[in-house]
Ligand binder design. Structure first.
Ligand code: CMX
Ligand code: CO
Length: 135
């Protein structure tokens, strides 16, 4: 079988205060925010900071009962998920399910800026919440 991951698209970190975390990444690394958005569907405020062809995705919650809100309450701040870039999200989703992973949504769904994404449950992937990202 040919490798279907083309890049580590992003590493996502859950934080209480997005502006404070952005300021830290700016001071510590000279990083800059290339994209910032509120996604009501997921209940997140997010900032993307580019690193070569990948991103650091800083996430904070817009509501306590959102995925990131629940995560912050239960685990505190920290690594929330890893985004793997793929050429074909639907094919990657099927491949993961065939390998024993558990899709959170029944099928891939639209993400930001025309992307297609799918989240895979951490319980089916060795404790890592995985997001498949097709640009
Ligand atoms: N990483 C690892 N484990 C996680 C986790 C994470 N990010 N989030 C939850 N878990 C674990 C919990 O610790 C818990 O484990 P135990 O049963 O052992 O206690 C279990 O998974 C269930 O967690 P929960 O708190 O009951 O949360 P839910 O089942 O309601 O939700 C999940 C978990 C993954 C289904 C939900 O977070 C989800 O749908 N995520 C996908 C969407 C998302 O994360 N959106 C925000 C990012 C948007 C973006 O990237 O742009
Ligand atoms: Co993400």
């Amino acid at each position: 079988m040919a490798m279907i991951l083309t890049c580590i698209d992003h590493v996502a970190i859950a934080v209480h205060d997005l502006d404070t975390a952005i300021a830290f990444y700016e001071r510590a690394f000279g990083a800059t925010v290339t994209h910032r958005e509120t996604i009501e569907f997921d209940g997140v405020d997010e900032a993307m900071l580019q690193v070569a062809d990948s991103y650091i995705q800083l996430l904070s919650a817009t509501r306590d009962d959102s995925p990131v809100g629940k995560f912050l309450k239960k685990h505190g701040e920290g690594l929330h998920h890893v985004g793997y870039r793929v050429a074909d999200c639907a094919a990657a989703f099927e491949s993961m399910v065939s390998a024993g992973a558990i899709g959170i949504d029944p099928a891939p769904r639209p993400g930001v800026r025309g992307s297609t994404i799918a989240f895979m449950h951490p319980k089916g992937s060795f404790g890592t919440l995985i997001e498949l990202v097709q640009e």
